[in-house]
Design a protein around this ligand. Sequence first.
Ligand code: GDP
Ligand code: CA
Length: 311
Amino acid sequence: MRGPLLALAGGVGGAKLALGLCHVLLPEELVMVVNTGDDEEFYGLHVSPDLDTVMYTLAGLANPETGWGVRDDTFNALEMMGHYEPSPWFKLGDRDMATHIRRTQLLGRGKTLSQVTHLLCSSLGIKHNVVPMSDHRVRTIVETDEGKLPFQEYFVRRRCEPRVVGLGFDGLDKARPSPEFDAALGQATAILFCPSNPFLSIAPILALPGVRERIAGFPGTRVAVSPIVGGQALRGPAAKILEELGYQVSALGAAGVYRGLCDIWVLDEADRSLAEGVSALGMRPAVTRTVMATDEDKVALARYLCDLVSL
Ligand code: GDP
Ligand code: CA
């Protein structure tokens, strides 16, 4: 049997493509590995923002306006929390909170984050494999002109305003890729970098011991969808961070981050003129519509990518 597609993802961009991939591939044909460098504890609860975005999206529960949380959620618990702790800056909805309570409860009983994620996903009717990048605690630290900030402090509390000068990942020394991620690195037919933030979502996955080396030496096809379209990020700080770290702010600049790790770089039609530059980086350019506004867009892009890697 041919191995599955190993897809690497952060939150919203990866979740949209995951939805398309789940329409095109059978559960055994896909391993969706999700960043957990954004994970944080709030009120004693283990919150995994990117895993939740992927899970809620696949379960049809996602809030398309915010990119986080559950659709039509209410915020009564948080409002009550405001009496105990003034102005809570990390928003957790009532329904969303049930997920974090359950996750924390199961982790407390000794289950791994992989096992917990599997239980939560199957309870919400998801049949495809969604797995955390690691069962160990890894936390993204954003190094800024104002000093080191834990990821959520940078992203939510400071709204990505400080200038990024580097990134660090706390806990790497003790961390390993999760068992299903590890197995997929050995068995996958192809690797897909979803259109996620290269620094905040994909870099933590690549930073896990052995992962960058194994992807660099991967024998199958490695394909990436550019997270930059027409010189901009569709949402989030990807373009801002490219600029701050000295990369060109374009789909070509983003391609440079994946040099040596990727065979095919998928450009949006808006960036067709960059194809030659992609070849010069040693990657094969491919051009298609990559902006996933509707479910049809998500399925069409997933189908295109599966054809590219002959899955
Ligand atoms: P998170 O939700 O904050 O974890 O962010 P992601 O890791 O998903 O990264 C957001 C990146 O995905 C940004 O660079 C966006 O431009 C990109 N992105 C989001 N949606 C799409 C899309 O439909 N198509 C493409 N090509 N990129 C997207
Ligand atoms: Ca994220």
